[in-house]
Design a protein around this ligand. Structure first.
Ligand code: UT7
Length: 325
């Protein structure tokens, strides 16, 4: 049975950097607080010409070049996002038009920060039934448009960007090995963002604030560490592996302290974990594909390496995946 295998990767970050020192002038915060509590130094903020679908299309073009696949040879495009350019049409349809992927069907997927991981699992299911398919999977976000720039609890955390992968059926023993995906909708109100003109009765009192990302940070932190650790341990156990079998771990990038706690609990060496939260902050569904593309371009991944992805986000949604490069 052929599994989803990554043929090429690409990413695109907006040009504008917003530093912690810039944020000191906007809200009551300090570079010292942000650095020690989150590990973030800068994040990218999109401007005109850097709308979500344009970042996504640019990451896609790079991934297609890297994979040596032509846009017209794509069968399917999935964009994982919670900040689409419009509610309808999907970001994926905009990308399809932008890159000229005339044969591809296209749609979006929303699983917050776990979107790319859920997308990889979805793509794997298509590939298992039709291994010749060529699929473009993108994680792309413009979170800066959905952040309350007066709320220091959240505005320091997030950034914009896009990452893309082109996938098809791999050879024997390559590609996706297994995935463990989870959700718990009961905890939705610890991390959420509402649509601007919502009629949801739960949110009537505070609707203005609800348009922005709302988070009870400390609780999300605790759940994130516990949930990702549990998922990774279960996935390794189920596949008869230990953490020492992993060549590189690419986790969702939300907070360096979450990553350090996760490394400690899993007993994984720091040099085996890709980290770029310092440069880009939390880019939600884009964080794993951006990190994957950087690790790939830096030559950190070799054929046959066993990769481990894990994520946690609003919903709650979380999970982990094993993949042979
Ligand atoms: O993508 C997945 C979802 N997101 C996450 O995984 C994020 C999870 N959470 C976190 O990363 C952390 O909880 C935060 C970075 C958001 C916050 O760090 P914390 O260590 O949990 O701080 P806290 O929320 O407990 O706040 C501690 C103090 C508070 O003051 P008091 O009440 O102790 O006087 C906050 O008001 O820090 C204050 N604070 C700030 N101070 C300076 C909160 N934000 C800031 C700020 N600058 N930007």
């Amino acid at each position: 049975m052929k599994r989803a295998f990554i043929l090429g990767t690409g990413s695109c970050l907006p040009a504008r950097k917003l530093t912690n020192f810039d944020l000191e002038k906007m809200v009551e915060t300090s570079d010292e607080w942000i650095t020690t509590r989150t590990g973030i130094h800068t994040r990218r903020i999109s401007g005109p010409g850097e709308e979500n679908y344009l970042l996504a299309a640019s990451a896609a073009r790079r991934a297609l070049r890297n994979a040596e696949v032509k846009p017209r040879d794509l069968d399917m495009i999935v964009v994982a996002t919670m900040t689409p350019h419009m509610i309808m049409p999907s970001c994926a349809c905009f990308v399809q038009a932008e890159i000229g992927a005339s044969q591809a069907f296209a749609y979006d997927l929303n699983a917050a920060c776990s979107g790319f991981l859920y997308g990889l699992d979805l793509v794997d299911k298509y590939i298992v039934s039709r291994p010749e398919m060529k699929i473009l999977l993108i994680g792309s976000e413009t979170l800066s448009a959905r952040v309350n720039w007066q709320d220091r609890n959240t505005c320091i955390l997030f950034g914009d960007g896009a990452g893309a992968s082109v996938l098809s059926g791999g050879g024997k023993g390559s590609g996706v090995v297994d995935a463990d995906l989870r959700s718990d909708g009961r905890l939705w109100n610890l991390l959420y963002m509402h649509s601007p003109a919502s009629r949801n009765p739960d949110l009537e009192q505070n609707c203005h604030d609800c348009c922005y990302i709302q988070m009870t940070g400390r609780d999300v932190f605790k759940h994130a560490v516990k949930a990702m650790e549990g998922s990774v341990q279960e996935l390794l156990r189920r596949n008869g592996l230990t953490i020492h079998d992993i060549a590189l771990m690419i986790p969702h990038q939300a907070n360096i302290r979450i990553l350090h706690k996760l490394m400690e609990r899993l007993g994984v060496a720091e040099e085996k974990v890709y980290v770029n939260v310092d440069k880009y902050g939390n880019t939600s569904a884009a964080s794993i594909p951006i990190a994957l593309d950087e690790a790939h371009r830096q030559g950190m991944i070799r054929r046959g390496d066993l990769l481990l992805f894990c994520s946690f986000g609003g919903g709650f949604t979380w999970g982990s995946m094993l993949m042979h490069w």
